[in-house]
Design a binder for this molecule. Structure first.
Ligand code: ADP
Ligand code: MG
Length: 348
């Protein structure tokens, strides 16, 4: 059992917004489709739901074509549950009636039992008699999730489902949603533009960039081995520095970094992405040209954020221990390779 996208391309007018998208979402896993706004995530989800007509490629569920040339299963006949950012519950139905709504095949007592257990699963067991306008945004989103899960669809598709929920409630909602979705055992695809959310929710992350899937891996893999600049730039608050390739190293405004530079020739411009927690600082008494100067220090509770300036560029360092470093000090910057990534420069 799997949901398979094969060479799916899509145009709106002259714009190609999906470019030969190929990947597979597996059952029992949560796959997060992660990408910047406009990268094509919603379009891909709408194609899978049958809300948009497929133009090229195909989408298969368990090997059967859901959408492809000449074939398209109507949205209402797809074994798919949908949850969107803006949830529309029936205002004159209680939470329980909303969840029971899609359970046509069951008799009324069964519908109540199944709806109640789905409300329980999203932590709203006590709220079954409440009307939507007496529930918070986050609670309404939970009802919507329970309603989509109730008919036990083989596929759950969620598009930015937590985007309108208060930041403080979002974490608890994500955890409950992940539990309920995993327990369903089906295939789940969740769209998000938030890398942190993808890390918290996903078993696998499919990263989209300008209509292309650029990497599909576990959170651990995309974090530690990003497949390119677009992926590296998403995680760990990576910042961009311009570098120059040399033999066996890269030079930046903050000095040299040992690097194999296999795909570049000396003198090439390269993109260097650095995570703040990969930056180490050392105070120096006699600064050289490549040393920086501490511009500002912010205390963040468990760490310090130190802004270092050198040759007109600013670098953020996240360090646990200040080691007596003060604003105005000259410092040598060391970049740890586990959180630094170098790519041949791209245009723009
Ligand atoms: P995302 O969900 O990643 O933000 P979308 O799939 O919504 O991206 O959009 C991808 C691109 O397609 C965007 O440039 C968007 O403006 C465009 N687009 C989306 N839907 C339509 C539409 N119905 N008509 C024209 N352009 C659209
Ligand atoms: Mg979208």
């Amino acid at each position: 059992m799997s949901l398979e996208f094969r060479g799916v391309s899509h145009r709106f007018g002259g714009d190609e917004v999906l470019k030969r998208v190929t990947f597979t979402a597996e059952p029992g896993e949560i796959t997060c489709l992660l990408g910047a706004s406009g990268s094509g995530k919603s379009t891909l989800l709408r194609l899978a739901a049958g809300l948009e007509r497929i133009q090229a490629g195909e989408i298969r569920l368990d090997g059967d074509v859901l959408s492809g040339s000449g074939t398209a299963t109507a949205p209402e006949h797809r074994p798919v549950g949908l949850v969107f950012q803006e949830q529309v519950l029936f205002p004159h139905k209680t939470a329980l009636e909303n969840v029971a709504y899609g359970l046509h095949e069951l008799n009324p007592p069964q519908r109540r039992t199944v709806a109640q257990s789905n409300l329980d699963a999203v932590g709203l067991g006590e709220f079954s008699a409440r009307y939507p306008d007496t529930l918070s945004g986050g609670q309404q989103q939970r009802v919507a999730l329970a309603r989509a899960l109730a008919p036990a669809p083989r596929v759950m598709l969620l598009d930015e489902p937590f985007a309108n929920v208060d930041a403080t409630l979002r974490r608890a909602l994500r955890e409950d949603a992940r539990r309920a979705l995993r327990n369903s055992g089906g295939i789940t695809v969740i769209v998000t533009h938030d890398p942190e959310e993808a890390l918290e929710l996903a078993d696998r992350i499919a990263v989209m960039d300008h209509g292309r899937i650029v990497q599909v891996e576990t959170p651990d893999e995309v974090w530690h081995r990003p497949a390119g600049r677009a992926v590296a730039g998403l995680f760990g608050q990576a910042q961009h520095l311009e570098g120059t390739a040399e033999t066996g190293c890269v030079t930046t405004a903050f000095g040299r970094l040992d690097w194999p530079c296999e795909e570049t020739v000396p003198g090439d411009t390269v993109d260097v992405l650095v995570r703040p927690n990969a930056v180490a600082l050392e105070r120096v008494s006699e600064p050289s040209a490549a040393d920086g100067r501490v511009e500002d220090i912010r205390f963040l509770g468990d760490r310090y954020l130190v802004l270092v300036q050198s040759n007109g560029e600013t670098l953020r360092a996240s360090i646990e221990d200040r080691d007596g470093i003060r604003v105005g000090d000259p410092v040598t910057v060391k970049l740890d390779r586990s959180g630094t990534f170098v790519y041949a420069a791209t245009d723009g």
